[in-house]
Design a protein around this ligand. Structure first.
Ligand code: TRP
Length: 449
């Protein structure tokens, strides 16, 4: 439940729809689904198994298996945890801020999204305050230990989130042009696929499943020997894909009925939804709108705790300081790392047009740079290294032995054959090939297609 809570977050409801929008609709969706099942599911199983086998965090785990050099995967994971959380916390702050604006009936925020994230006027205090509240909440939860509360929260809040999304889907279908949105989302136009769509779908699959940085090694260390790793992994994947899928189904009819450009980017959800809530009237608008963004904030919170857990367990292990101190120091540090990203959405010219690299001459903002390093580089690289480690260093026979606890019929099964084949052949080859191409395309500007 906690790992599903980690997987389901802003990635599903904020990032996924706008990536689909930018990536040309259904073509991106299908690419993403294929990557989740074929390339990510094996990595997910491997991470959880390594965690449960060693009962250690992302760095300690590799040492405990006797391969200390491979703890580089965990170290990269710590770096990407810091980087991802530094901007994730800001977007979570926007979501939480929207909860407040919705219950106050301020639907006009939709048209002021640029001012909101650009920290214009009073927004500066608001947005900084919201992300501070968010970071403090994450810190308090992580300092109390992640198991109990997060599981309970995920168990009740996720079904509520699904319910509200499904209700909104039904409403969206009554609007003019809704079917255009459905068509954009579900009928693939494969001519829209270019290399950028392919790698964005791949990195997004890793990001959305919380993979490639050892977060699930850490979570795996809390899994008991009698639990079935495969069914947990299947549950996590289906919950994640399912919620992303329905989030898309909800957004695109709204986007098309409001004549918004699906390529609008990071503002898509934040611009589209308040306009929808505004049409629900003075009672239901604030109620449903407020509830939606509150649930989204909780979904983000079960993700931020998993992001913070990775660097914290590293600090606790390596520096022998108390968990409480480590948690506050780490989250304070991450908040500081996030400041340039916070200023990069229009508030500071320097950070908004920060650096240009790759094919386009247009300067990218600081937050995009952080995403490119953490999500588009470290996560897929971590994924490749985890598959290579599992297949060629730790060996699939040890993986099989670990999965067999809690799943006595696993050995010799079709699933085992698929996983072993994927981890030994498919994932290392495809992931490392794609990784090299991603680097060439992102940072050097060479595109294959
Ligand atoms: N999966 C989360 C989301 O979709 C984000 C997240 C949480 C994450 N923990 C992670 C991403 C670990 C990568 C690694 O919103």
């Amino acid at each position: 439940m906690a790992a599903a809570g980690s997987a389901v977050g802003l990635g599903n409801i904020w990032k996924f729809p706008y990536e689909v929008g930018k990536g040309g609709g259904a073509a991106f969706l299908f690419m993403y689904l294929a990557f989740c099942f074929i390339l990510c599911f094996p990595v997910l199983v491997a991470e959880i198994s390594i965690g449960r086998k060693t009962q250690k965090n992302a760095i300690g785990a590799f040492r405990a298996l006797g391969f200390p050099k491979w703890s580089i995967i965990g170290r990269m994971g710590v770096a990407s945890g810091v980087l991802i959380l530094s901007f994730y916390n800001i977007v979570a702050g926007w979501a939480f801020g929207y909860f407040v604006e919705m219950i106050m009936g301020n639907f006009a925020i939709s048209d002021q999204f640029g001012d909101f994230i650009g920290l214009k006027g009073i927004n500066a205090i608001k947005v900084v305050g919201y992300s501070l509240i968010f970071m403090v909440s994450t810190t308090v939860i992580v300092s109390k230990g992640i198991s109990g509360g997060i599981e309970r929260a995920a168990r009740t809040l996720m079904p509520m989130l699904v319910l509200i999304i499904v209700t909104l889907i039904l409403y969206s279908l009554t609007l003019p042009n809704a079917m255009k949105g459905i068509e954009f989302y579900l009928v693939p136009d494969f001519t829209k696929i270019n290399f950028e769509v392919v790698y964005t779908a791949l990195s997004h699959a890793f990001f959305s499943l919380s993979l490639g940085m050892g977060a699930l090694i850490t979570y795996g260390s809390y899994v008991s020997k009698t639990d079935n790793i495969l069914s947990s992994a299947a549950y996590i994947t289906l919950a994640d894909i399912g919620i992303a899928f329905i989030a898309g189904l909800m957004i695109f009819p709204f986007v098309f009925s409001q004549n918004i450009d699906p390529q609008a980017g990071a503002g898509l959800v934040f611009v589209t939804l308040p306009k929808v809530f505004a049409t629900l009237g003075p009672l239901w608008g604030p109620a449903i709108g407020g509830l939606f963004f509150l649930l989204l904030s909780f979904a983000a919170l079960t993700s931020t705790v998993s992001l913070l857990e990775v660097p914290v367990s590293y600090v606790v292990d390596e520096h022998k300081i108390s968990r409480k101190k480590a948690v506050w120091l780490t989250s304070g540090f991450i908040f500081l790392v996030g400041i340039p990203s916070l200023l990069s959405q229009g508030a500071s010219e320097t950070f908004t047009s920060f650096i240009s690299y790759g094919a386009s001459d247009k300067a990218k903002d600081f937050l995009t740079l952080v995403e490119d390093v953490a999500i588009n580089t470290i996560l897929p690289l971590g994924g490749v290294l985890i598959t290579i480690f599992t297949a060629y260093v730790w060996k699939t026979k040890n993986l099989t032995e670990e999965i067999s606890f809690g799943n006595p019929n696993y050995e010799g099964s079709m699933v085992m054959k698929f996983l072993n084949f994927a981890l030994t052949i498919i994932c290392p080859i495809i992931l490392s090939g794609l990784f090299v191409l991603i680097m060439l395309s992102k940072f050097v500007g060479i595109e294959l297609f």
